[in-house]
Design a protein around this ligand. Structure first.
Ligand SMILES: [Zn+2]
Length: 77
């Protein structure tokens, strides 16, 4: 009795075996869709601050340190 999983993208049953090349996905298409969503999510975190984040004194210090470091590099150029 082979083990089967459900494709994370389309929920289709996928038999867990060597020939199921894209397991746990049912197909390359579903695998790419999942990877695409994952990388899109990553792109949205390209800005240092998201609206969900609140500014704490630590965060502000970090930003100021980062800005100072960047300015230093800028003036050296
Ligand atoms: Zn699928």
């Amino acid at each position: 009795m082979p083990t089967s999983v459900n494709c994370p993208t389309c929920k289709k049953e996928v038999i867990w075996q060597a020939s199921s090349e894209f397991r746990p996905f049912c197909s390359k298409r579903c695998q790419l869709i999942d990877l695409g969503e994952w990388s899109e999510e990553n792109h949205t975190i390209s800005t240092p601050l998201t609206p969900e984040q609140t500014l704490t004194p630590d965060t502000i210090e970090d930003i100021e340190a980062l800005l100072a470091a960047n300015q230093e590099g800028f003036f050296k150029e």
